[in-house]
Design a protein around this ligand. Sequence first.
Ligand code: ZN
Ligand code: ZN
Length: 369
Amino acid sequence: MTTVGTAGADRLARLQGALAGADLEALLVTALPNIRYLSGFSGSNALLLVPAAGDATLWTDFRYATQVKTEVGAGVRTLVEPNSLWGALLGTLRESGAGARRIGFETEHLSHREAHRFLDEARDAAALTWRPTTHLVEALREVKDADELARIRTAVAIAEAALERTLPTIGVGQTELEVAGRLEFELRRAGSEGFPFECIVAAGERSALPHARPTARPIAAGDFLLIDFGAVHAGYCSDLTRTVVLGPPSDRHREIHDLVREALGSASAGVRAGMRGRDADAIARDYIARGGYGEAFGHSLGHGIGLEVHEAPRLSSTADAPLPAGAVVTIEPGIYLEGWGGVRIEDDVVLHPDGPEVLSRFPRELVSL
Ligand code: ZN
Ligand code: ZN
C-alpha cells in the first residue's frame, strides 16, 4: 500500500479535471471501489466528497479508525463519524452552504433511500443542487497505472499457481464442490486475499452452463471440466478459465476445444488499444461462426478487470466505445452445447499502446486428467 498516497493524489487531480469539465463543484463518491481507487481506503463503509479544487473529505466509522490512518494518503481529510455518515455529510454541506453548490452523485451506486435523503436536503437548502452523473471515476479506472498493473500481474500469477497445484489432485468420482474447495484452498495458500467471485467448476453436461455453480455432481470419465476462477492481490483481481477433460479426449472434445483456443488466440493477438469493443468481440465471434458454432457462443467476449472483476471497458457486440491504451481486459470465448458440454478459455490481456500483452502464461492446450 506504499504508493497509495502519490497515486491517490494523481487520481484525485485527474478527477478534479473531469469535474471542472462537467461543470460540477464537487462529486459525492459512494461506490466503494471508486473510493478505494481515489483514496486508498479499503473499508466497507465510507463516503467521499471530492471538490473541484482542494482536499477531499472521507467519512468512515469507528471500526476503521486505525485502518483509515494507514491507508489514506495525501489530498484526503479523514473524519471518523460516531453516528450516521450521511448525517455528517449533510451537516457539513449545510454549514458550508453559502453560494450555489452543484454536487454530482453516482446514480449507479446509491440506494433509493439514500437518494431521497439528500434530495430532501436540497429541497430545504435552496443553494444546493444535486446532479446525476455516471462513469466519472470508472472512466479513470479503465486506464491502469504501473502500480495497478503490477498488482494485477501478481493476481494472475497467484491464480496460475493455484490451478497448477489443483489440477493433479482432480480425479474421477470427486464432486464439483470438492474441486472448487481444493482450488479455493490453493488460491489462499498461494496468497490470494479472497475470491473475486465464486469459483465456477462445472463437469460434463453442466459445462454448457456458462455461469454454473459447483454442485455435488461427481466427475466422470469423458467429462469436460470447466474451471473459471480468479485471485485478489492488493485489491486487484485476475480472472482465468481453463477447460480440461477427464480421460482421453474424443474427436468432438478436440474439435470444440481447438476452435475456442484458436478464437482466443486470434482475439488476444488482434486486439488493439483504440479499437471499438465490438470490433474486438467480432474477431473471436466471427472465428467461431466460421467454424459452425456461432449460435453456441452467446455471451460477450470480455470485460475490464481491476479493483472489480467486471469493470469497463466491455468487449461485446454492442460496445461502441474505443478500448483505451492501458486497459486490462479478459478475452474469454466459449462454445456451449446444451446437454453435452461446453468449453471456455479465458486469459487476461493488457492493451499497451504498441500492442497487446497476454498476462496469463498457463498453457491453453487441452489437458486430459
Ligand atoms: Zn472468468
Ligand atoms: Zn471473465
